[in-house]
Design a binder for this molecule. Structure first.
Ligand code: FAD
Length: 434
């Protein structure tokens, strides 16, 4: 006889763990399937973890979660070939009792989260791939077929938390596979350094941490960016660009990462480090317009599988955890009222998500992905070079009268983009940002 659960969760990343934990805590019988050797073994993130969203799910997570550094400083760098112009924000207010953002290492963090899911009562099967969704004669999802022997399992509802590729959902026709212009391919390395070297180089002490996010010449005119995040004893260094841009330009992800690491602003930070891990992963970057249908009869989709990623603010794990939690709460409500897991009843999930920061933020920036994609050369190459030249002109003292310097800077902007182009770019950016 086929085993049946209240709920099957496919995937044990941020969204799947949030959903499975919430459901199990509420007393539902939950089976979670993860194709990796353990939760986190397949997952890649920068990684900044946003505490508020986890705290809503596990209020006392700080007691035993494997956290690296809490972030007290953010550096945004606009890179030219040999310089960067930066905006830094550092504040002692981030040295608070319950810090707001932490760096984490996903392989360790997901393992911890998975332990919490098990403690909450869910059954977690690792090294188990969900191969296909099973539907009844009326088109309602009633379970999954796994790669285990006799691997059919039934459930009232399936939570698809399978990440950005989302093969299960797309194979079943629930959504389209991600398109090259709506996903970025990111590569990441872990650079190990002694703790005191990291602290000296980044001007931090104890568990304080710094984030550098860098856009501009390093992405060779493509929509993308590089990053350096401080962990306790290593730096996460990565670079990601839209897949369609790689195809158009012929650039390779590792070629760009090498270029990023060799940049004169980055190289000294990595000097003497030992690289121990490489990884590559897709990031959904299509924004609001790429979000598919979020529920149907017997299923909901959460996290990256639903393209819930805010590329403008580089947030993904928080949207994943929040969507997982909200979907679980919606499922619990349907069940508590003894209703069926139909699309109409599960609509509580997309409705609640619309009212949350997740969809509000994605909707706010709905035009940004297309704007950046179609103007990548200007925003990621032309302007960073112009700004770098303007800054050099501004700070270099060489006897040229200031008025002449300023005129030269304005002339360079006008010559490169033209007055109409400048006004148009500013207008489009302002409109997409509102
Ligand atoms: P995932 O974490 O990808 O989990 C999906 C899980 O499903 C995986 O464990 C996978 O093995 C499993 N799975 C897939 N298919 C099946 C199947 N058929 N059967 C069984 N199991 C299956 N976000 C941030 O908030 N901050 C950051 O700093 C940040 N940096 C990033 C840097 C990089 C390089 C990348 C790639 C992403 C980054 N993100 C960041 C985004 C963030 O990692 C994702 O938004 C988040 O991991 C999504 O969680 P998820 O649970 O939806 O998907």
């Amino acid at each position: 006889m086929v085993e049946k659960f209240d709920c099957i969760v496919v995937g044990a990343g941020m969204s799947g763990n949030a959903a499975a934990y919430t459901l199990a805590k509420k007393g539902l019988s939950v089976l979670q399937l993860e194709r990796g050797e353990y939760s986190g073994s397949k997952n890649v993130q920068g990684a900044i973890m946003y505490a508020d969203m986890l705290e809503t799910i596990i209020p006392d997570f700080r007691e035993d979660a494997p956290l690296e550094r809490h972030l007290i400083e953010q550096r945004f760098w606009m890179m030219s070939e040999n310089a960067h112009t930066g905006v830094h924000y550092r504040s002692d207010s981030f040295n608070e009792e319950r810090p707001n953002r932490y760096t984490i290492i996903r392989s360790q963090f997901d393992k911890w989260f998975s332990r919490k899911v098990k403690e909450a009562g869910a059954i977690v099967l690792t090294e188990t791939t969900a191969l296909e969704l099973i539907f009844d004669a009326y088109g309602a999802c009633v379970g999954v077929r796994t790669d285990r022997e006799g691997g059919l399992v039934h459930a009232d509802v399936v939570v698809l938390a399978e990440g950005v590729n989302g093969l299960l959902g797309s194979r079943a026709g629930l959504r389209e596979p991600p398109k090259p212009e709506t996903v970025a391919l990111a590569v990441k390395e872990m650079h190990f350094l002694p703790q005191e070297t990291i602290e000296a180089r980044f001007n931090v002490k104890g568990d304080e941490g710094v984030v550098i996010e860098a856009a501009g010449a390093v992405s060779a005119g493509m929509t993308g960016m590089g990053f350096v995040y401080t962990n306790k004893e290593c730096l996460s260094v990565g670079m990601g660009c839209l897949v369609s841009d790689y195809a158009r330009s012929g650039e390779t992800p590792y070629g760009l990462l090498e270029k990023f690491k060799a940049h004169p602003s980055i190289k000294p930070l990595l000097e003497g480090s030992e690289v121990k891990e490489y990884s590559a992963h897709l990031i959904p970057e299509g924004g609001y317009k790429a979000v598919p249908q979020l529920c149907g009869d017997g299923w909901v989709v959460v996290g990256d599988a639903a393209q819930l990623n805010n590329a403008v603010h580089r947030e993904g794990s928080n949207l994943a955890m929040t969507s997982g939690r909200i979907a679980a709460e919606a499922i619990f409500q349907v069940r508590s009222r003894k209703e069926k897991m139909t699309k109409a009843n599960l609509k509580r999930y997309p409705d609640a998500l619309e009212a949350s920061f997740v969809m509000k933020d994605l909707r706010k920036h709905k035009d940004m992905p297309a704007l950046l994609h179609t103007n990548s050369r200007n925003f990621f190459l032309t302007y960073p070079e112009l700004v770098a030249k303007a800054m050099e002109n501004f700070v270099r003292v060489d006897g040229t009268p200031k008025k002449e310097k300023e005129s030269a800077t304005f002339a360079a902007f006008r010559k490169t983009r033209g007055l109409g182009g400048l006004v148009n770019d500013a207008f489009k950016l302002a409109r997409a940002w509102r």
